[in-house]
Design a protein around this ligand. Structure first.
Ligand code: NAD
Length: 507
């Protein structure tokens, strides 16, 4: 079992997965994977170098012709089997996610379900690849468009959804007939290896799906190798921009999803209790380590006082503890380094003059002195110039800004550099419509705090939350992982009787 991180006292050594083989390299660098609940090293992860990354690319390249030539219906059948295995092993996968990420078991189970839904979408690939046909575009001439695989695809994924984000990518890529190399986050790589095991069990041929562990060296090799045709990335904005510019300059198609600062606008007519409940889950669920977390609440008019009064005791009473413990509402942050970074932001906020209504920095979790815990933090009276508002914190820190009316709220949201998701809470349909129409974000919720699109729609942000024209999964996923070919055909007996030198027209 490659994911034995929490099964032994001494750290397990994880593997790569190339050409159908799980293996630990003989030498080279290894990184530490932590158990965030205790702060102990739980596993060692091999860090792929250039040669090893090339080996994975070669395996994916070799497997490509046969997999691309496999009828979509048969590719779909592999996906159906993979879907069954995912469902049967969902609990184990959720346990693996929690052990390295720290999120609650139920939260990890939800992540698995959202990934499984993309697999279900990919099971419909014969229908999705049907193409278009026009009969008689000219006399005796027919024309049709079809979608073919792009080739070897690479996915580079973040720590915060170690199973779901890879599943935003590879089920669609594989179903479309591509081969795939996944480079998961080095902070929690075991879920990716477990998914590789399930895909193998589902009957996916060797080399069609590969996992290389590592960091920048492996990523750079993927971005520049001529045999990689497409790169999907999800992570922070500076890295997303780097991935987009580097891979594009090397002739690849790229979709690079970046960071976020998701706003929830609360109008005075909203049910404040409902809005506060929604904010608690959206801001503090998964310790705020979600790209769709709400990290900024924009209170309009008199909603401000009521919202902060309702939220404060809820944040103060949040139960922080290890993922497996009954009653925990929020787990630890992913690493000690990330915990320090988030704590620094809380300090910036205090120094910048925001009102720290709830300070979670003193939280202690019994029996887990080394865990990376932080209690919920709530800032009020935050303004647009403050770093805690401008930058993505990616922790359990919610900032509240106050504005006079809906137009001011819209302008504020639209001035922010990120435009991933956003939400409005109101009972006024006209206000909701104005917001949906005017807001500059890729995903919008009306009385829904985390509007993550279902698998059969596409997921993606605007502005500096996404580099590239296409979103992930859903129809955009199929567009991204296929190339369009349009054929125009005429049979010889209807062809021209003599050479023609004018621009051909039909009719
Ligand atoms: P990250 O950018 O640090 O890492 C993401 C991936 O890039 C990892 O696989 C990592 O190994 C690799 N990487 C890191 N630095 C690199 C470099 N200099 N060169 C090449 N590769 C590099 O992100 P993270 O901390 O793992 O994840 C959190 C971030 O991901 C947050 O910013 C969050 O908003 C974002 N995120 C966005 C979405 C979205 O849908 N837009 C979804 C999930 C997470």
């Amino acid at each position: 079992m490659t994911s034995a991180a929490s099964e032994a006292d001494s750290p397990a050594t994880l593997t790569h997965f190339i050409g159908g083989r799980f293996f630990i390299p003989d030498g080279g660098e290894f990184g530490d994977v932590f158990d965030p609940a205790t702060g102990k090293v739980a596993a060692r992860v091999p860090m792929a170098d250039l040669d090893l990354t090339r080996e994975a690319i070669a395996a994916a390249r070799q497997a490509l012709p046969s997999w691309a030539g496999t009828p979509p219906l048969r590719r779909a059948r592999v996906m159906f089997r993979f879907r069954e295995l995912l469902e049967q092993n969902a609990d184990e996968l959720a346990r693996i996610i929690s052990s390295e990420h720290g999120k609650l078991h139920d939260d990890a189970s939800g992540e698995v379900t959202r990934g499984l839904e993309v697999v279900e979408f990919a099971c419909g690939i014969p229908h999705l690849l049907k193409g278009e046909f026009s009969e008689n575009v000219g006399t005796g001439v027919d024309s049709w468009s079809l979608r073919q695989p792009v080739g070897v695809c690479a996915g580079i994924t973040p720590f915060n959804f170690p199973a779901m984000v890879p599943m935003w990518m590879f089920p669609v890529a594989l179903a479309c007939g591509n081969t795939f190399i996944l480079k998961p986050s080095e902070k929690d790589p075991s879920a990716a290896l477990y998914l590789a095991r399930l895909l193998t069990e589902a009957g996916l041929p060797e080399g069609v799906f590969n996992v290389i562990n590592g960091g920048k060296q492996a990523v750079d090799a993927l971005l520049t190798d001529p045999d990689v045709a497409a790169v999907s990335f999800v992570g922070s904005t500076p890295v997303a921009e780097y991935i987009y510019t580097t891979a594009s300059a090397h002739g690849k198609r790229v979709q690079a999803l970046g960071g976020a600062k998701n706003h929830m606008v609360v109008l005075p007519d909203a049910d404040i209790e409902q809005a506060a409940n929604a904010l608690m889950g959206a801001a503090y669920g998964s310790a705020g380590e979600r790209c769709m977390a709400i990290s900024a609440a924009v209170a309009v008019g008199e909603a401000g006082d009521r919202l902060v009064e309702t939220l404060s005791p809820m944040v103060r009473n949040l139960k922080v503890g290890p993922a497996g413990s009954r009653g925990s509402e929020m787990g630890p942050l992913v690493t000690g380094e990330h915990l320090e970074r988030v704590r620094d932001y809380v300090e910036f906020g205090v120094r910048e003059g925001a009102a720290l209504v709830v300070d979670g920095r003193d939280v202690e979790v019994e029996g887990h002195p080394g865990g990376y815990y932080l209690g919920g933090c709530l800032f009020d009276r935050v303004n647009e110039g403050m770093r805690i508002y401008r930058e993505e914190i990616f922790g359990p820190v919610l900032v509240v800004l106050r504005v006079a009316d809906l137009e001011e709220a819209l302008d504020l949201v639209n001035r922010h550099e990120f435009g991933n998701g956003t939400a409005i809470f109101t009972t006024d349909g006209r206000a909701a419509r104005r917001f949906v129409h005017g807001v500059e974000a890729g995903m919008v919720g009306v009385n829904v705090p985390i509007p993550v699109p279902m698998a059969f729609h596409s997921f993606g942000g605007w502005k500096r939350s996404l580099f590239g024209p296409l979103h992930v999964h859903g129809p955009d996923g199929v567009r991204f992982y296929t190339r369009l070919k349009t054929v125009t055909a005429r049979w010889p007996d209807q062809g021209p009787a003599r050479a023609e030198y004018t621009m051909p027209t039909m009719g």
